[in-house]
Design a protein around this ligand. Structure first.
Ligand code: ATP
Length: 268
């Protein structure tokens, strides 16, 4: 039904049923199901090219699925008209792989972009003030507001991208490989920031990552994509108990064991 709006499921802000994504002869997803719980950080893992980014793009309406249904915050995302689309889009924020900042705009101006788009009548002084506040919220120094992306380190760019993702006070936050390219200390700091923001702002976070430390340190549950589906979703001990060969290799390999040991040490 066009513009289907139904009772928002308070417990599951994202519900995906029977998702199929095809590109020509290539089928990336075939009957993928997933429910994201409110208030959780859900890590999404899978081998390269298994369709993690395509999944995220499908949820946020950038990729029209071949089949299936995706409900986000009570709206069936594939069936929204323009106005309904705007209404739901301003309830989420996205940090794309690499940050995707506009290089010709300052950090502050980058953060203002969604505010201009979704709240065009907002007073400029207020827009500037909100952008400044979001920049500081992500742990950047105040003078970063006036800097251009080229003047920032990799970690600072990620934070600036995060500030832009938070511009509209979202309920849902989508992060595509946020710690890729960061050194281990920078990555751990970014993980802590994600966890703190999730807790203070009451966010639900959909987080694509290859970073095993991130999975152990901040994810409440992890969803595994393989064989064109979500083959398992749960806590890391629950996943390991499934005895699926890919999952066993992933968490039981040298990197998986190192992340596990580091996690245990951090708990001591
Ligand atoms: N617009 C498109 N047209 C054709 N094929 C596409 C398109 N977008 C994605 N694909 C294909 O879909 C598959 C899944 O891509 P996707 O980027 O989602 O993988 P991923 O799991 O995020 O990979 P990685 O971990 O390497 O980032 C790939 O084979 C990719 O080539």
């Amino acid at each position: 039904m066009a513009g289907d709006i139904h009772q928002e499921d308070a417990n599951f802000p994202i519900v995906i049923e029977g998702l199929v994504n095809r590109f020509g002869d290539v089928t990336v997803h075939e009957g993928l199901d997933l429910k994201v719980r409110r208030g959780e950080i859900l890590g999404v893992v899978g081998g390269s090219g298994t369709g993690k980014s395509v999944l995220m793009r499908s949820i946020i309406g950038l990729q029209r699925p071949s089949e299936g249904r995706i409900d986000v915050l009570g709206r069936t995302i594939t069936e929204l008209d323009l106005e309904q689309g705007i209404g739901v889009r301003r309830r989420w924020g996205v940090l794309f792989q690499g940050g995707a900042l506009f290089s010709t705009l300052t950090v502050g101006e980058n953060v203002e972009v969604p505010l201009r788009k979704y709240y065009p009548d907002l007073d400029q002084a207020l827009r500037t003030e909100i952008a400044r506040y979001k920049v500081i919220l992500t742990g950047l120094p105040e003078d970063a507001v006036a800097k251009f992306p080229s003047e920032l380190s990799g970690g600072m760019k990620k934070r600036a991208g995060l500030a832009r993702a938070l511009a509209l006070d979202p309920e849902l936050l989508f992060l595509d490989e946020p710690t890729a390219g960061l050194d281990p200390i920078g990555a751990a700091k970014f993980d802590r920031l994600t966890r703190e923001l999730k807790e203070t702002l009451g966010l639900t976070v959909f987080l694509i990552t290859h970073d095993l430390d991130t999975l152990y340190e901040i994810c409440d549950r992890v969803a595994v994509i393989a064989e064109k589906k979500i083959i398992a979703v749960g806590t890391i001990p629950e996943l390991i108990a499934t005895k699926h060969p890919w999952i066993e290799e992933y968490f039981g390999g040298p990197r998986g064991r190192a992340a596990h040991d580091a996690h245990l040490r951090s708990q001591e």
